[in-house]
Design a protein around this ligand. Structure first.
Ligand code: C2O
Ligand code: CU
Length: 567
C-alpha cells in the first residue's frame, strides 16, 4: 500500500505571534509549517487536509514547475477546485535534474500565506553533490507580522470603501520575532528573536527565503565579512560577493557564509561581544521597519531575549532605483548540464506588453484595484477553475488565440493570455503611475509553471534599443539567469510620478513548454487581493495529458467535494 511522503494538516487557530496572539491559518500546528526536503528525481505525494471549518484552501509549491502535473500547482480558480473544508487533496509531482535549490510552500487562498508557509528544499540526487562546497546549512525564512486577521485584511483590500492592511509590524525569522513594544515579562518562545545557531570556523550555506507578504527586506549580519551568493530562485549562479542581501516577497537566495574562528570569537568576547545581530529593514515603502534576529555561536550564547540594540548596529544601504540589487552581476553558473539555452531575439515569436497600474474609485465605487492592461483578476473571477473547464469542455473553454493576437496577447473572452507550446514569449512588464495620484510601487512579479530568463530592466518605458544593448553586454558574461520572481521597480526615488506615466520596465523571455494554466502575479499578497494577477494558458487541447476515469472524477466534478473526505 502507498503512503503519502508528507501529510500537512491545515487549521485556523489563535496562535502566539510577535508577543501577542493572532487568529491564523496554521500548518501542522506551527508557524512555520514543517521544512520539507526532497531530492531530484523523487516522485512526491503530499496529502493536504483542510481542517479549517469555514474556508477553502490550496497549497502552492513556489518555484517548482509542475511539469506534467498541472493539477498540483495549488492555485484556486486556475489549476484546481480549492479544497473544501474537511476534505483532503493529494498533490503529486515529479522532481527533475536541475531542480535542486531553495523553494517554499504557502497557502494560495486569501491572505493565508502570511502564516501558512514552510521551507521546501530540493537536494541533489544521492550520487550528486552541489557545485559549491560547504560544511552545513541553515534555512532562514523571512515573513511579515500583521495583527489584524486574514479575513479583516482581505475584506478591507477588496472592500468598498477600500481599507489598506497597514504596514508590516515586524519581520520574523523562521516564525520568531520580538515586538519592539514587548515588555520583559512577556518572555516566551513566541516573544523572542529568531536565532541562527552556528559553530566557529564553519562554512554554511544560508538559504534565505522571502516569505514576506509585503516587505522587500534589506539585511546583513553584524560583525561578519562578506557572503557569497551561489543560488537564486532555485538556480545556481556564478558566485558573487555581497555585504548585504535584498530580498523581495517570493525570492530566494543561497549564500556561503563563513563563521568566525575561535580566535576571532575570543577577541570579540574580551570586548564584551558574543552575539551578533541580523538586522532586517524593509524598503520600497514610505515606512521603514527595522527588525532583528540573532546569530549565536552555541546554545550557551543565545542572547538575553530582552536586549535590544538602542541604535541599529548596521547602516544598511538605501534603495537603489535604477537597476535594482545585483541584477548586473548575476550570471549563470557555467557548465550546468540541465538548463536549456537562452533564446536569442530571433527566436522570440511574440512580445506581450503588460502595463500594471493602480486605479482609484473604480466604476464610481471607493474601491482600489490593480489592473494589468486594464483588467484586474481575482480568486473569484471565474465560476470554475480554468484547468477544470479546459478538461470538461475543451471546445468552448479554450482561449481564442486569434482574438488574443488582436488584443496584444490577451484573450478578452476568457480573460487569459494563451500561448502555443514551442513559442518563445517576451513579456514586457511596465510600471505605470496611478491614474489619479501618480503613486508607483515596487512589485515582485512571480510566474508559476516555469522559470523565465530575466532579460533586463530599466527606467522609463521599454526601449528595444536599450534592452538589446543591455542584453549584448550581459551575453559577454554568459547571459541572463533563470528566475521566477523579479522586481518591477518603482523609480525614481519619489513614490509618485505623473499620473499614467511609465516609470520602469522589466523583460522576461520564456520558452512555452509546460501545458497547463499558470498564474503570473505580483507576490505582494495585498496587491494580489486587489487584482494584480493574470492567467496564462499554455498549450492547446491536444497537449493536455488525458486523465484516467478516477482522476477525472476527482479533479473535475462537484467543486472539489469529490476530494477525500476527512470528517
Ligand atoms: Cu508564491 Cu502564486 O505564489
Ligand atoms: Cu505589487
Amino acid at each position: 500500500s502507498f503512503h503519502p511522503d508528507r501529510i500537512l494538516r491545515v487549521t485556523t487557530q489563535v496562535y502566539p505571534l510577535d508577543c501577542t496572539t493572532r487568529y491564523s491559518v496554521v500548518i501542522n500546528g506551527s508557524i512555520p509549517g514543517p521544512e520539507l526536503r526532497f531530492r531530484e528525481g523523487d516522485k512526491i505525494w503530499i496529502r493536504v487536509y483542510n481542517d479549517i471549518k469555514d474556508e477553502n484552501l490550496t497549497i502552492h509549491w513556489h518555484g517548482l514547475t509542475m511539469r506534467m502535473s498541472p493539477f498540483s500547482d495549488g492555485t484556486p480558480a486556475a489549476s484546481q477546485w480549492p479544497i473544501p473544508p474537511m476534505h483532503f487533496f493529494d498533490y503529486e509531482f515529479e522532481l527533475q535534474s536541475g531542480d535542486a535549490g531553495t523553494y517554499f510552500y504557502h497557502s494560495h487562498v486569501g491572505f493565508g500565506a502570511v502564516t501558512a508557509y514552510g521551507a521546501l528544499i530540493i537536494e541533489e540526487r544521492v550520487k550528486d553533490s552541489p557545485p559549491f562546497v560547504y560544511d552545513d546549512e541553515r534555512t532562514l525564512v523571512l515573513t511579515d507580522i500583521f495583527y489584524r486577521n486574514d479575513s479583516d485584511i482581505v475584506g478591507g483590500l477588496m472592500g468598498d470603501p477600500f481599507l489598506w492592511s497597514g504596514e508590516t509590524f515586524n519581520v520574523a525569522l523562521n516564525g520568531h520575532s520580538r515586538s519592539p513594544n514587548a515588555t520583559a515579562d512577556k518572555e516566551s518562545t513566541s516573544c523572542s528573536y529568531g536565532v541562527v545557531t552556528v559553530k566557529p570556523s564553519t562554512t554554511y550555506r544560508f538559504r534565505f527565503i522571502g516569505g514576506t507578504v509585503l516587505s522587500h527586506v534589506f539585511l546583513a549580519f553584524e560583525g561578519h565579512g562578506s557572503m557569497t551568493v551561489i543560488e537564486v530562485d532555485g538556480h545556481y549562479v556564478s558566485p558573487v560577493e555581497v555585504d548585504h542581501i535584498e530580498i523581495g516577497s517570493g525570492q530566494r537566495f543561497s549564500v556561503l557564509f563563513k563563521s568566525k574562528s575561535i580566535e576571532e570569537l575570543s577577541v570579540d568576547r574580551i570586548n564584551g561581544k558574543d552575539q551578533y545581530w541580523l538586522q532586517m529593514e524593509t524598503r520600497t515603502r514610505a515606512l521603514i521597519t527595522v527588525s532583528f534576529a540573532v546569530l549565536a555561536y552555541s546554545d550557551a550564547d543565545i542572547p538575553d531575549r530582552f536586549t535590544k540594540p538602542t541604535t541599529p548596529p548596521l547602516l544598511l544601504p538605501t534603495e537603489s532605483f535604477t537597476s535594482g540589487w545585483l541584477e548586473d552581476e548575476l550570471w549563470p553558473l557555467p557548465s550546468r548540464p540541465y538548463d536549456d539555452s537562452f533564446p536569442q531575439a530571433s527566436e522570440v515569436t511574440r512580445r506581450i506588453f503588460i502595463n500594471v497600474q493602480q486605479n482609484f474609485n473604480v466604476n464610481g465605487t471607493k474601491k482600489v484595484m490593480w489592473h494589468q492592461n486594464g483588467a484586474p483578476w481575482f480568486e473569484n473571477s471565474v465560476p470554475e477553475p480554468y484547468l477544470v473547464s479546459l478538461y470538461k469542455n475543451s471546445k468552448s473553454a479554450f482561449p481564442d488565440y486569434e482574438n488574443a493576437l488582436k488584443h496584444g496577447g490577451y484573450d478578452t473572452k476568457t480573460k487569459t493570455y494563451p500561448a502555443k507550446l514551442g513559442e518563445v514569449l517576451e513579456i514586457i512588464w511596465q510600471n505605470v503611475g496611478n491614474t489619479q495620484s501618480g503613486t508607483v510601487e515596487t512589485h515582485p512579479f512571480h510566474a508559476h509553471g516555469d522559470h523565465y530568463w530575466d532579460a533586463g530592466c530599466g527606467t522609463g518605458s521599454y526601449s528595444e534599443t536599450v534592452a538589446e544593448a543591455m542584453l549584448q553586454d550581459r551575453m559577454r558574461y554568459g547571459g541572463p539567469i533563470k528566475r521566477d520572481t523579479t522586481n518591477l521597480y518603482r523609480t525614481p526615488p519619489a513614490t509618485t510620478t505623473t499620473p499614467g506615466a511609465i516609470v520602469s520596465w522589466r523583460a522576461w523571455r520564456l520558452r512555452v513548454r509546460n501545458p497547463g494554466v499558470w498564474m503570473v502575479h505580483c507576490h505582494i499578497v495585498q496587491h494580489m487581493m486587489m487584482g494584480m494577477q493574470a492567467v496564462f494558458v499554455f498549450g492547446g487541447k491536444n497537449d493536455l495529458k488525458p486523465l484516467t476515469k478516477e482522476q477525472a472524477a476527482l479533479y473535475l466534478e462537484f467543486g472539489g467535494q469529490a476530494y477525500g473526505n476527512a470528517t
